[in-house]
Write a protein that binds this ligand. Sequence first.
Ligand code: SAH
Length: 371
Amino acid sequence: MTTETLARYHRLETKRLGSVPGGAGYAVKRGLRGYPLHPGVALLAKADLSAERVLDASGGGGLVALAAGAEQKVVLETSKAALRCAAWTFADVPGTEISAGAPWDAPPGGADLVALAPPTDRGSARVRAELAGAHAALRPGGAALIAMHKDGGAKRYERLAAELFGHLEVIAKDGGWRLVRARKLNAKTPVVEKIAFGAADLTLSADPGVFAAGKLDPGTARLLEVVQFGAFAGRRLLDMGCGYGLLALKASLAGAAVTAVDDDLLAVRSTHRNAERYGADVRALHSDVDSELQGELFDVVLMNPPFHVGKQVVMDVPGAFLAAAYERLTPGGTLLLVANRALPYERELAGFASWETLHSDAQFKVLRATR
Ligand code: SAH
Protein backbone atom coordinates (compact mmCIF):
# COMPACT_ATOMS: atom_id res chain seq x y z
CA MET A 1 0.00 0.00 0.00
CA THR A 2 2.83 2.42 0.84
CA THR A 3 4.61 1.34 -2.35
CA GLU A 4 1.50 2.33 -4.27
CA THR A 5 1.37 5.74 -2.50
CA LEU A 6 4.96 6.40 -3.50
CA ALA A 7 4.48 5.24 -7.08
CA ARG A 8 1.46 7.52 -7.40
CA TYR A 9 3.44 10.43 -5.97
CA HIS A 10 6.26 10.00 -8.49
CA ARG A 11 3.99 9.52 -11.53
CA LEU A 12 4.21 12.17 -14.27
CA GLU A 13 0.86 13.24 -15.69
CA THR A 14 0.75 14.67 -19.15
CA LYS A 15 -1.51 17.53 -20.21
CA ARG A 16 -2.00 19.74 -23.24
CA LEU A 17 -1.52 23.48 -23.31
CA GLY A 18 -4.72 25.04 -24.65
CA SER A 19 -3.16 28.41 -25.49
CA VAL A 20 -0.58 26.92 -27.88
CA PRO A 21 -1.53 25.96 -31.45
CA GLY A 22 -1.66 22.19 -31.63
CA GLY A 23 -1.70 22.07 -27.82
CA ALA A 24 1.86 21.24 -26.87
CA GLY A 25 2.14 18.48 -24.27
CA TYR A 26 3.56 19.15 -20.83
CA ALA A 27 4.03 17.19 -17.63
CA VAL A 28 2.93 17.84 -14.08
CA LYS A 29 3.27 15.75 -10.95
CA ARG A 30 2.46 15.80 -7.26
CA GLY A 31 4.94 17.96 -5.40
CA LEU A 32 5.01 20.58 -8.17
CA ARG A 33 4.09 23.93 -6.65
CA GLY A 34 0.38 24.57 -7.22
CA TYR A 35 -0.13 21.06 -8.66
CA PRO A 36 -1.86 20.46 -10.97
CA LEU A 37 -1.62 24.07 -12.19
CA HIS A 38 -0.39 27.10 -10.27
CA PRO A 39 -2.82 29.97 -11.00
CA GLY A 40 0.01 32.52 -11.26
CA VAL A 41 1.82 30.31 -13.76
CA ALA A 42 -1.43 29.85 -15.71
CA LEU A 43 -1.80 33.63 -15.90
CA LEU A 44 1.79 33.98 -17.14
CA ALA A 45 1.33 31.26 -19.78
CA LYS A 46 -1.65 33.15 -21.23
CA ALA A 47 0.16 36.51 -21.36
CA ASP A 48 1.86 38.11 -24.34
CA LEU A 49 5.27 36.45 -24.18
CA SER A 50 6.72 37.72 -27.45
CA ALA A 51 10.46 38.19 -27.02
CA GLU A 52 13.57 36.57 -28.46
CA ARG A 53 15.27 35.41 -25.31
CA VAL A 54 12.92 34.25 -22.56
CA LEU A 55 13.91 33.17 -19.06
CA ASP A 56 11.20 31.18 -17.31
CA ALA A 57 11.95 31.37 -13.58
CA SER A 58 8.31 31.06 -12.53
CA GLY A 59 8.61 27.66 -10.88
CA GLY A 60 5.96 26.17 -13.16
CA GLY A 61 8.02 23.32 -14.56
CA GLY A 62 8.65 25.20 -17.81
CA LEU A 63 5.02 25.79 -18.75
CA VAL A 64 5.62 29.48 -19.43
CA ALA A 65 8.65 28.76 -21.62
CA LEU A 66 6.56 26.22 -23.51
CA ALA A 67 3.88 28.83 -24.16
CA ALA A 68 6.45 31.37 -25.37
CA GLY A 69 7.34 31.37 -29.06
CA ALA A 70 10.87 32.59 -28.29
CA GLU A 71 13.97 31.53 -30.22
CA GLN A 72 15.99 31.04 -27.10
CA LYS A 73 14.41 29.78 -23.91
CA VAL A 74 15.89 29.03 -20.53
CA VAL A 75 14.00 27.33 -17.70
CA LEU A 76 15.53 27.86 -14.27
CA GLU A 77 14.05 25.84 -11.43
CA THR A 78 14.88 25.42 -7.75
CA SER A 79 12.44 22.52 -7.32
CA LYS A 80 13.49 19.00 -8.28
CA ALA A 81 9.85 18.02 -8.85
CA ALA A 82 9.57 20.91 -11.33
CA LEU A 83 12.81 19.89 -13.04
CA ARG A 84 11.47 16.36 -13.49
CA CYS A 85 8.38 17.81 -15.18
CA ALA A 86 10.44 20.14 -17.38
CA ALA A 87 12.73 17.29 -18.47
CA TRP A 88 9.69 15.46 -19.85
CA THR A 89 8.04 18.55 -21.35
CA PHE A 90 11.12 19.60 -23.31
CA ALA A 91 12.48 16.16 -24.20
CA ASP A 92 11.48 16.71 -27.85
CA VAL A 93 11.67 20.52 -27.98
CA PRO A 94 15.10 21.59 -29.21
CA GLY A 95 16.64 24.88 -28.13
CA THR A 96 15.35 25.00 -24.58
CA GLU A 97 17.90 24.91 -21.80
CA ILE A 98 16.74 23.53 -18.45
CA SER A 99 18.86 24.14 -15.36
CA ALA A 100 18.64 23.81 -11.62
CA GLY A 101 19.06 27.30 -10.24
CA ALA A 102 17.48 30.35 -8.68
CA PRO A 103 16.52 33.44 -10.69
CA TRP A 104 19.67 35.17 -9.43
CA ASP A 105 21.86 32.42 -10.91
CA ALA A 106 20.92 33.44 -14.48
CA PRO A 107 23.66 35.01 -16.61
CA PRO A 108 23.34 38.80 -16.27
CA GLY A 109 21.81 40.94 -18.97
CA GLY A 110 20.96 38.14 -21.41
CA ALA A 111 17.16 38.03 -21.30
CA ASP A 112 14.51 40.11 -23.05
CA LEU A 113 11.73 38.69 -20.89
CA VAL A 114 11.73 37.02 -17.48
CA ALA A 115 8.66 35.24 -16.08
CA LEU A 116 8.31 35.13 -12.29
CA ALA A 117 5.70 33.88 -9.84
CA PRO A 118 7.55 34.50 -6.58
CA PRO A 119 6.65 32.12 -3.71
CA THR A 120 5.30 34.77 -1.35
CA ASP A 121 4.69 32.07 1.27
CA ARG A 122 8.48 31.70 1.56
CA GLY A 123 8.92 35.18 2.96
CA SER A 124 9.86 38.62 1.74
CA ALA A 125 13.62 37.92 1.55
CA ARG A 126 12.89 35.32 -1.13
CA VAL A 127 10.54 37.58 -3.09
CA ARG A 128 13.06 40.44 -3.01
CA ALA A 129 15.81 38.06 -4.11
CA GLU A 130 13.71 36.85 -7.06
CA LEU A 131 12.93 40.40 -8.14
CA ALA A 132 16.62 41.26 -7.93
CA GLY A 133 17.49 38.11 -9.88
CA ALA A 134 15.02 38.91 -12.65
CA HIS A 135 16.32 42.46 -12.79
CA ALA A 136 19.92 41.29 -13.15
CA ALA A 137 19.02 38.73 -15.82
CA LEU A 138 17.35 41.31 -18.06
CA ARG A 139 18.99 43.49 -20.67
CA PRO A 140 18.32 47.22 -20.27
CA GLY A 141 14.73 47.82 -21.42
CA GLY A 142 13.79 44.14 -21.01
CA ALA A 143 10.66 43.24 -19.07
CA ALA A 144 9.78 41.03 -16.12
CA LEU A 145 6.29 39.55 -16.01
CA ILE A 146 5.42 38.94 -12.38
CA ALA A 147 2.38 37.03 -11.06
CA MET A 148 1.41 37.21 -7.37
CA HIS A 149 -1.73 36.95 -5.28
CA LYS A 150 -3.05 39.95 -3.43
CA ASP A 151 -3.24 37.96 -0.19
CA GLY A 152 0.46 37.11 -0.58
CA GLY A 153 1.34 40.81 -0.45
CA ALA A 154 1.28 41.42 -4.22
CA LYS A 155 0.68 45.15 -3.96
CA ARG A 156 3.51 45.66 -1.48
CA TYR A 157 5.92 43.71 -3.67
CA GLU A 158 4.73 45.55 -6.77
CA ARG A 159 5.73 48.83 -5.12
CA LEU A 160 9.15 47.30 -4.47
CA ALA A 161 9.40 46.14 -8.07
CA ALA A 162 8.37 49.55 -9.39
CA GLU A 163 11.16 51.13 -7.39
CA LEU A 164 13.72 48.55 -8.47
CA PHE A 165 12.86 48.51 -12.18
CA GLY A 166 11.77 52.13 -12.60
CA HIS A 167 8.50 51.10 -14.27
CA LEU A 168 5.48 48.90 -13.59
CA GLU A 169 2.06 48.33 -15.09
CA VAL A 170 -0.74 45.95 -14.18
CA ILE A 171 -1.64 43.81 -17.19
CA ALA A 172 -4.11 41.22 -15.87
CA LYS A 173 -6.14 40.28 -12.81
CA ASP A 174 -7.88 37.01 -12.13
CA GLY A 175 -9.56 36.04 -8.86
CA GLY A 176 -7.05 37.82 -6.63
CA TRP A 177 -4.09 36.95 -8.88
CA ARG A 178 -2.34 39.93 -10.41
CA LEU A 179 0.01 40.00 -13.35
CA VAL A 180 2.29 43.00 -13.78
CA ARG A 181 4.96 43.99 -16.26
CA ALA A 182 8.07 45.77 -14.97
CA ARG A 183 10.42 47.21 -17.55
CA LYS A 184 14.09 47.55 -16.61
CA LEU A 185 14.80 51.27 -16.75
CA ASN A 186 17.13 51.39 -13.72
CA ALA A 187 20.52 49.74 -14.02
CA LYS A 188 21.37 49.05 -10.39
CA THR A 189 20.59 45.55 -9.06
CA PRO A 190 20.64 44.87 -5.30
CA VAL A 191 22.85 42.03 -4.08
CA VAL A 192 21.12 38.83 -2.93
CA GLU A 193 22.27 38.11 0.62
CA LYS A 194 22.22 34.86 2.55
CA ILE A 195 20.55 34.89 5.96
CA ALA A 196 22.91 34.34 8.90
CA PHE A 197 21.52 33.15 12.21
CA GLY A 198 22.08 30.93 15.20
CA ALA A 199 19.96 27.89 16.09
CA ALA A 200 20.43 25.03 18.55
CA ASP A 201 23.93 26.25 19.52
CA LEU A 202 25.11 26.36 15.91
CA THR A 203 26.03 29.27 13.65
CA LEU A 204 24.18 28.77 10.39
CA SER A 205 23.19 30.41 7.15
CA ALA A 206 20.34 29.90 4.73
CA ASP A 207 19.59 31.07 1.22
CA PRO A 208 16.50 33.29 0.97
CA GLY A 209 13.25 31.37 1.29
CA VAL A 210 14.67 28.20 2.80
CA PHE A 211 12.47 26.89 5.62
CA ALA A 212 12.16 28.31 8.29
CA ALA A 213 13.36 31.77 7.20
CA GLY A 214 16.46 32.07 9.32
CA LYS A 215 15.23 30.63 12.57
CA LEU A 216 14.73 27.38 14.41
CA ASP A 217 11.27 26.01 13.61
CA PRO A 218 9.44 25.24 16.90
CA GLY A 219 8.52 21.76 15.62
CA THR A 220 12.15 21.02 14.81
CA ALA A 221 13.09 22.34 18.26
CA ARG A 222 10.68 19.81 19.79
CA LEU A 223 12.27 16.96 17.85
CA LEU A 224 15.73 18.03 19.03
CA GLU A 225 14.53 18.12 22.67
CA VAL A 226 12.71 14.80 22.64
CA VAL A 227 15.12 12.64 20.63
CA GLN A 228 18.56 11.53 21.90
CA PHE A 229 20.87 12.23 18.96
CA GLY A 230 23.73 10.41 20.72
CA ALA A 231 21.97 7.14 19.86
CA PHE A 232 22.60 7.81 16.13
CA ALA A 233 26.38 7.26 16.35
CA GLY A 234 27.43 4.78 13.67
CA ARG A 235 23.93 4.66 12.15
CA ARG A 236 23.01 5.33 8.52
CA LEU A 237 20.58 8.22 8.80
CA LEU A 238 18.37 9.98 6.27
CA ASP A 239 17.15 13.55 6.85
CA MET A 240 14.13 13.83 4.59
CA GLY A 241 13.32 17.45 3.67
CA CYS A 242 16.47 18.83 5.27
CA GLY A 243 15.85 22.59 4.86
CA TYR A 244 19.07 24.37 5.87
CA GLY A 245 20.28 21.07 7.29
CA LEU A 246 19.97 21.43 11.04
CA LEU A 247 18.84 17.87 11.80
CA ALA A 248 21.38 16.44 9.35
CA LEU A 249 24.17 18.46 10.90
CA LYS A 250 23.22 17.54 14.49
CA ALA A 251 23.06 13.86 13.55
CA SER A 252 26.38 14.04 11.74
CA LEU A 253 28.05 15.76 14.69
CA ALA A 254 26.64 12.94 16.85
CA GLY A 255 28.48 10.42 14.65
CA ALA A 256 25.81 9.25 12.20
CA ALA A 257 26.52 8.66 8.49
CA VAL A 258 24.09 11.21 7.11
CA THR A 259 22.29 11.61 3.81
CA ALA A 260 20.00 14.64 3.48
CA VAL A 261 17.51 15.30 0.69
CA ASP A 262 15.43 18.32 -0.23
CA ASP A 263 13.36 19.29 -3.26
CA ASP A 264 14.58 22.85 -2.92
CA LEU A 265 18.01 23.46 -4.45
CA LEU A 266 18.53 26.40 -2.09
CA ALA A 267 17.97 24.12 0.91
CA VAL A 268 20.57 21.70 -0.46
CA ARG A 269 23.06 24.53 -1.00
CA SER A 270 22.42 25.83 2.52
CA THR A 271 22.89 22.34 3.99
CA HIS A 272 26.21 21.91 2.14
CA ARG A 273 27.42 25.25 3.43
CA ASN A 274 26.37 24.61 7.03
CA ALA A 275 27.91 21.14 7.05
CA GLU A 276 31.13 22.49 5.56
CA ARG A 277 31.38 25.14 8.27
CA TYR A 278 31.44 22.39 10.89
CA GLY A 279 33.54 19.98 8.85
CA ALA A 280 30.59 17.56 8.92
CA ASP A 281 30.39 14.86 6.28
CA VAL A 282 26.75 15.29 5.18
CA ARG A 283 25.76 13.97 1.77
CA ALA A 284 23.07 16.43 0.64
CA LEU A 285 21.09 15.63 -2.50
CA HIS A 286 18.69 17.69 -4.58
CA SER A 287 15.89 15.14 -4.62
CA ASP A 288 12.11 15.02 -4.98
CA VAL A 289 11.45 12.89 -1.89
CA ASP A 290 13.63 9.82 -2.62
CA SER A 291 13.95 10.30 -6.40
CA GLU A 292 17.75 10.69 -6.32
CA LEU A 293 18.48 7.90 -3.84
CA GLN A 294 19.84 4.71 -5.29
CA GLY A 295 19.00 1.40 -3.66
CA GLU A 296 20.55 2.32 -0.31
CA LEU A 297 18.79 1.66 3.00
CA PHE A 298 18.93 3.54 6.31
CA ASP A 299 18.69 2.68 10.00
CA VAL A 300 17.01 5.97 10.90
CA VAL A 301 14.87 8.50 9.04
CA LEU A 302 14.22 11.95 10.53
CA MET A 303 11.64 14.42 9.26
CA ASN A 304 9.58 17.50 9.92
CA PRO A 305 7.36 17.03 6.85
CA PRO A 306 6.08 19.98 4.83
CA PHE A 307 2.32 20.28 4.70
CA HIS A 308 1.54 23.87 3.84
CA VAL A 309 1.10 25.14 0.35
CA GLY A 310 0.02 28.70 0.92
CA LYS A 311 -2.92 28.38 3.26
CA GLN A 312 -3.97 24.92 2.16
CA VAL A 313 -2.92 21.76 3.89
CA VAL A 314 -1.74 19.40 1.17
CA MET A 315 -0.91 15.85 2.22
CA ASP A 316 0.62 14.62 -1.06
CA VAL A 317 4.19 15.34 -0.06
CA PRO A 318 4.07 14.24 3.59
CA GLY A 319 2.28 11.07 2.45
CA ALA A 320 5.16 10.43 0.07
CA PHE A 321 7.70 11.23 2.81
CA LEU A 322 6.21 8.54 5.06
CA ALA A 323 5.91 6.00 2.27
CA ALA A 324 9.51 6.67 1.21
CA ALA A 325 10.71 6.36 4.81
CA TYR A 326 9.10 2.94 4.96
CA GLU A 327 10.73 1.89 1.67
CA ARG A 328 14.16 3.19 2.67
CA LEU A 329 14.35 1.81 6.21
CA THR A 330 15.97 -1.51 7.04
CA PRO A 331 13.69 -3.96 8.85
CA GLY A 332 13.70 -2.81 12.47
CA GLY A 333 14.75 0.71 11.40
CA THR A 334 13.29 3.80 13.04
CA LEU A 335 11.30 6.72 11.70
CA LEU A 336 11.18 9.82 13.90
CA LEU A 337 8.94 12.67 12.94
CA VAL A 338 7.52 15.85 14.37
CA ALA A 339 4.23 17.27 13.19
CA ASN A 340 1.50 19.67 14.10
CA ARG A 341 -0.73 17.91 16.57
CA ALA A 342 -3.78 18.06 14.32
CA LEU A 343 -2.24 16.32 11.30
CA PRO A 344 -3.45 12.76 10.73
CA TYR A 345 -0.10 11.00 10.34
CA GLU A 346 -1.08 8.07 12.52
CA ARG A 347 -3.24 6.74 9.69
CA GLU A 348 -0.24 6.75 7.38
CA LEU A 349 1.88 4.88 9.91
CA ALA A 350 -0.44 1.86 9.87
CA GLY A 351 1.91 -0.05 7.55
CA PHE A 352 4.81 0.06 10.03
CA ALA A 353 5.41 -2.82 12.47
CA SER A 354 4.62 -0.48 15.36
CA TRP A 355 4.50 3.18 16.28
CA GLU A 356 4.17 5.31 19.39
CA THR A 357 3.77 8.93 20.46
CA LEU A 358 6.99 10.02 22.17
CA HIS A 359 5.76 13.45 23.03
CA SER A 360 2.71 15.62 22.58
CA ASP A 361 1.85 19.14 23.67
CA ALA A 362 -0.64 21.81 22.72
CA GLN A 363 0.99 22.33 19.31
CA PHE A 364 3.16 19.39 18.32
CA LYS A 365 3.62 15.66 18.52
CA VAL A 366 6.75 13.60 18.06
CA LEU A 367 6.09 10.11 16.69
CA ARG A 368 8.37 7.10 16.45
CA ALA A 369 7.63 4.22 14.08
CA THR A 370 9.52 0.97 13.64
CA ARG A 371 9.72 -0.72 10.24
N1 SAH B 1 14.20 19.61 8.32
C1 SAH B 1 14.17 21.05 8.18
C2 SAH B 1 13.12 21.54 7.21
C3 SAH B 1 11.72 21.06 7.45
S1 SAH B 1 10.53 21.85 6.39
C4 SAH B 1 13.96 21.68 9.53
O1 SAH B 1 13.52 20.97 10.41
O2 SAH B 1 14.22 22.86 9.69
C5 SAH B 1 10.24 20.64 5.14
C6 SAH B 1 11.27 20.62 4.04
O3 SAH B 1 10.78 19.69 3.08
C7 SAH B 1 11.48 21.95 3.31
O4 SAH B 1 12.85 22.28 3.32
C8 SAH B 1 11.01 21.66 1.89
O5 SAH B 1 11.79 22.29 0.87
C9 SAH B 1 11.17 20.15 1.81
N2 SAH B 1 10.37 19.52 0.75
C10 SAH B 1 9.14 19.92 0.29
N3 SAH B 1 8.74 19.10 -0.69
C11 SAH B 1 9.72 18.18 -0.87
C12 SAH B 1 9.89 17.08 -1.76
N4 SAH B 1 8.98 16.79 -2.68
N5 SAH B 1 11.01 16.34 -1.66
C13 SAH B 1 11.96 16.64 -0.73
N6 SAH B 1 11.85 17.69 0.12
C14 SAH B 1 10.75 18.44 0.06
